[in-house]
Design a protein around this ligand. Sequence first.
Ligand SMILES: [Zn+2]
Ligand SMILES: [Zn+2]
Length: 243
Amino acid sequence: MHGAHLRSIFRRIGPALETILPGSCALCHGDSQNALCIACHLQFFANTPMRCKICGRKIPHMHAKVCGTCLRTPPAFDATIVACDYAAPSDLLVQDLKFRSRLPLAKSFGQMLAIAITQQPTNTPEVIIPVPLSEARLAQRGFNQAGEIARSLSRHIGIPLQFNVCVRVRDTQPQAGLPLSERRVNMRGAFAVQLNASVRGQHVLLVDDVMTTGHTLNELATCLKRHGARRVTNAVFARTPEK
Ligand SMILES: [Zn+2]
Ligand SMILES: [Zn+2]
């Protein structure tokens, strides 16, 4: 089945399913209107450590605002906003969203990112673009988790979402299965921009669920800048610590 068709089916039935299923928190299983209850939210996600403003790595409190790696080799993106570390329990939540299609979690992730964005003094992005999946991966999973998070984020911060600006032109191996040293090469030439007018002169907010080495986002930011994007900010739900 074509990815776009599947996507449109999910778009229609996703919200309906949410209203039928009884609400319970994904972590404590207590009653909750949202995918996460307020108590779990406060317990696991209220802590906001100091991070490098370019790549989102955690840095010691009294340190400069940019990490040594970004100073030595500045990436193609300009800033990264992170909701939490990719560590228990957020790693389980991401897996629940991706592999068990727990779509209401994407709404919570988007909401958490919206809070993180409004807490940081940053010049406002003009367009939101989710990191695209390949057509094959999209057909297999039925939805793009980054797209679902981006949809929620767009609603919360009132910035338009563009789904079809970027495409994955090469079906790369999953980054998670590769040694760190091979991940940059694996992503090379993976993306293309098919709607130039949507990014030219714009500040783009790139949305993804997890950022590990940053090679995927760097490749996409390189591609967007080549097509005239003025600034690229990443918004990632979870950042793998110390990579
Ligand atoms: Zn809970
Ligand atoms: Zn950095």
